[in-house]
Design a protein around this ligand. Structure first.
Ligand SMILES: [Zn+2]
Length: 216
């Protein structure tokens, strides 16, 4: 892919990063966003707040995780992104953030059960919790990839949440919904705990989603 062809993706990564800030999914420099390239990936740089990102600041990594000459340092979490692209051919975009309510649940060791039908946005009847591993490590990348098996979203113990999807827009929308579900679940726990939907009820939700919208 030539640099010209990467430009729209670079612009979208900046837009998604800034939208995460505006929508309260992130504070400071904690979130990161990436998109798949045919021969590597584009990922947000380390330590740059979303308002200061430019398309040129987005870091291109090759298939071995090497940055282009002169590039900024990639996000410390780049291995999580690269690991997902290697394992999940249905994912072309990954969004990771420390959104408040998802992180509260992740710190309390609580995955999100089927307490609301929109939990299905993560692709399963539960938004699972990946075990704690040190940030930036291959071990965390592995734990996240395993927790995402068969779905699109998971919480990360004592850390945050991560979403992979076919497009950047979908990944952002799912991350936003995961945060909303986390906030509502947290609220329901505070007043005695939610009623949980059973397997048949969730199967009906997935069937309904298949016929919903414009076939997608
Ligand atoms: Zn993080």
């Amino acid at each position: 892919m030539t640099d010209d062809e990467q430009l729209p993706l670079r612009e979208q990564i900046v837009e998604v990063s800034q939208a995460m800030g505006r929508r309260g999914l992130n504070s400071g420099t904690s979130g990161n966003v990436s998109a798949r390239l045919s021969d590597g990936l584009l990922v947000t740089p380390s330590g740059v707040t979303p308002d200061r990102l430019t398309p040129e600041s987005i870091v291109r990594l090759d298939a071995q995780g090497r940055a282009s000459a002169g590039a900024l340092k990639p996000s410390s979490e780049w291995r999580m992104h690269a690991g997902l692209y290697a394992r999940r051919h249905d994912m072309n975009a990954v969004v990771h953030c420390h959104s408040r309510h998802a992180t509260i649940l992740a710190c309390a060791g609580r995955p999100i059960p089927a307490f609301h039908y929109m939990v299905a946005v993560g692709g399963r009847s539960v938004i699972p919790l990946a075990p704690y591993r040190t940030f930036g490590t291959v071990e965390l990348a592995q734990a996240v990839a395993e927790a995402l098996d068969g779905g699109f979203a998971c919480l990360m113990a004592n850390h945050g949440q991560i979403v992979g999807a076919s497009t950047l827009a979908k990944a952002l929308a799912i991350a936003e919904e995961v945060e909303e579900q986390a906030a509502v679940y947290w609220g329901a726990l505070a007043i005695g705990g939610p009623n949980i939907l059973d397997d048949a009820q969730m199967a009906a939700v997935f069937a309904q989603f298949k016929g919903y919208g414009q076939g997608g």
